[in-house]
Design a protein around this ligand. Structure first.
Ligand SMILES: [Zn+2]
Ligand SMILES: [Zn+2]
Length: 354
């Protein structure tokens, strides 16, 4: 099969084409796994963190990509007897051959530890991530654990569904963790793949909430206003309203400092980023306790997603007609998509057509 492979940890600055388009052997299935013919794979900022070593894959080469839409393979000729048996077994759990499903960042978790048992499988110490710990969807085929694939609602096309699987699901978790109530003020720092969906979700779930969008990028500010934001401006601009919750999706520290200044008493900042870059970390040394932390302000990160986040969000997206803005790229142009993401040329989500 054809796949885009990451063979070494590098920086996009030194190497603008970190992935190579190669012919590889298809995945070999183990018990309980299904084979997918991939049709679309979303491109996520986390892929930059993987390539540049901020959350490095444990083995190389690896196929990146954790917003995968595909169809469960029907062709028995490609399956061994054990694999056919596995597929037959998974029909019982509502998954069948030919079905359109998605695979998200959560590839598996142990299912037995206290985090898993409490419904927080995203915090499991044995959490495995798609496209990092196991091969992902920048390829024609991939395998996945049958109980970790998610049926896609009919109203969503493949390209619409792909970005929802990460950006949407983690945005959903972020909004949940923000504790936002209807009528309150929500701030969004950064307006890429995830936060533009959070804006749509927040407007649907909390029709009386006001949403303030902070972005360094003028076209993102205009984009936010066109999607119904109540205010949009630069990260250092002040909308003159105290915010009850802020969701930060930027890779740097400046917005964290700015968000803390704008939170009102008891406000909560949710940082939706798997890693932060080191470049402007010194702003943290200048934190002003009275204005940025006093009055019970909180900072909380959001880590990974659970299967429930993915499924609840797909349901919500179908109900509320939440569809992402997206741009399509050919699989072999994945490097271009990643580079544009790194350079901040983001308008909505980026999707690879496989
Ligand atoms: Zn992602
Ligand atoms: Zn566990």
């Amino acid at each position: 099969m054809n796949a885009m492979l990451l063979r070494e940890i590098t920086s996009l600055k030194d190497n603008p084409t970190p992935l190579s388009f190669e012919e590889t052997e298809g995945p070999a299935l183990d018990e309980g796994e299904v084979l997918l013919r991939v049709t679309r794979c979303g491109v996520c900022h986390t892929e930059l963190d993987e390539i540049e070593g901020r959350t490095p894959p444990p083995r190389l080469p690896v196929v990146l990509g954790h917003q995968v839409v595909g169809r469960i393979m029907e062709s028995d000729s490609l399956l061994s007897e054990t694999q056919k048996h596995t597929l037959a077994g998974t029909r019982a759990s509502g998954i069948h051959t030919g079905q359109r499903v998605g695979v998200a960042w959560i590839a598996s978790a142990c299912g037995k530890c206290h985090h898993c048992l409490a419904g927080n499988e995203n915090l499991c110490s044995d959490f495995k991530a798609t496209g990092r710990d196991v091969d992902g969807g920048y390829a024609e085929y991939m395998k996945a654990r049958a109980e970790f694939v998610h049926p896609i609602p009919e109203s969503l096309s493949d390209s619409e569904a792909a970005p929802l699987l990460c950006a949407g699901a983690i945005g959903y978790r972020s909004l949940r963790l923000s504790n936002l109530q209807d009528g309150q003020n929500l701030g969004l720092m950064g307006f890429g793949g995830s936060n533009h969906l959070v804006l749509k979700m927040a407007k649907h779930k909390f029709p009386n909430a006001k949403v303030f969008v902070f972005s360094r990028n003028k076209s993102e500010q205009e984009f936010a206003l066109s999607l119904g934001a109540d205010w949009a401006g630069g990260i250092d601009q002040n909308p003159l309203s105290a915010l009850d919750a802020v969701i930060d999706t930027t890779p740097v520290w400046g917005p964290v400092s700015e968000a803390l200044k704008r939170l009102g008493p008891g406000g909560r900042l949710v940082v939706n980023a798997i890693r932060k870059e080191e470049t402007d970390k010194d702003v943290l040394l200048k934190l002003d306790y009275p204005s940025q932390l006093w009055m019970e302000k909180e900072i909380k990160s959001v880590a990974n997603v659970t299967r429930a986040d993915v499924r609840e969000f797909l349901q919500l997206a179908a109900e509320a007609n939440i569809k992402p803005e997206f741009q399509e790229y050919d699989l072999k142009d994945a490097n271009t998509a990643l580079l544009e993401m790194k350079q901040g040329k983001i308008r909505g989500a980026k999707v690879l057509v496989v």
